[in-house]
Design a protein around this ligand. Sequence first.
Ligand code: CO
Ligand code: ZN
Length: 333
Amino acid sequence: MLKKYGFVFTEFGTSGREDKIRESIAKYLKGKVDKIDVDVNGSLICLKKGNGKNKKKLMFAAHMDAIGFIITHIDKNGFLRFSAVGYQPSYRIVSKQVIFENQVRGVIGIEKDEDFKSITEKKLFIDIGANSKDEAEKMVEIGMTAIMVNNPFEQNNKLFSSYLDDRIGCAILLELIDNIKEPYHDVYYVFTSQEEVGVRGAKTSSYSVEPDLGIALDVTVASDTPEVEFASSTSFGKGAAIKVMDRGIIVAKKLVDFLVQLCEKNKIPYQKEILTMGATDAMAIQQTKGGIIAGTISIPTRYVHSANEVCDLGDVESSVKLCGKIAETEFPF
Ligand code: CO
Ligand code: ZN
């Protein structure tokens, strides 16, 4: 995964500031798809035309944006106060290195040691080594965003990286584009913007694509670590996670059944996913226009929304296989 798509996991791109990751993906896809568009909200919409007799419009969506930080205030000593962009529990980010869109780097400091849960972003700041407000303002400005510095690696068929949410979904789309040369359906590969702040990119891009079926690729919580509080039904190594429900969607039974049948028929490992928190782009797609059949294929991931997320590459492979089958099978609905 990293060998081929390493850039996907390290490229800058906070919600609403996806320019760099979008440009890198578009560059990689040049000549590999029939059409590439960028919509007003920054989603990248790529079409690969199908050749099936009863072909329909299939949309795969993965969000490019990552959670991050935005500078809200620069104090007289040059320390930066910030606000999270997207859901970012404060206790997970203390002492982490960050990098801004202009390559300035820093580290997240805390006013004084606190109990884990009482740490809020009000008590945190970013130290960029500036000695004064003036000096800091020559390096960064209010409204500039940052992500955590990321050093991804693979070990024991697991991928360790920041921003698997949802760069792993983006990498899966790239893999599908590389693998499926002649799809049955017209396949729209949509790299969406602003998912982490409320599935905004998927809302507008699915409105313009108007697919017959929309499938989001995104992470879900793997509930298989020691003493974990129950949060979801999925764990590593059991295969592609077919979403049944989360806080944003209840997937149509006919779609869940269709995906399960494809897995059974093609011997693709799968597990059913019920997540009691969170949502994905499928939520926006389902509620587009008069309503669109939509679901999610999820990658069980540990430590979601932290600086170090982990997923199982076997599950990723199962998800790629399942998506491949969807693209070449006539829909039963
Ligand atoms: Co997320
Ligand atoms: Zn996500």
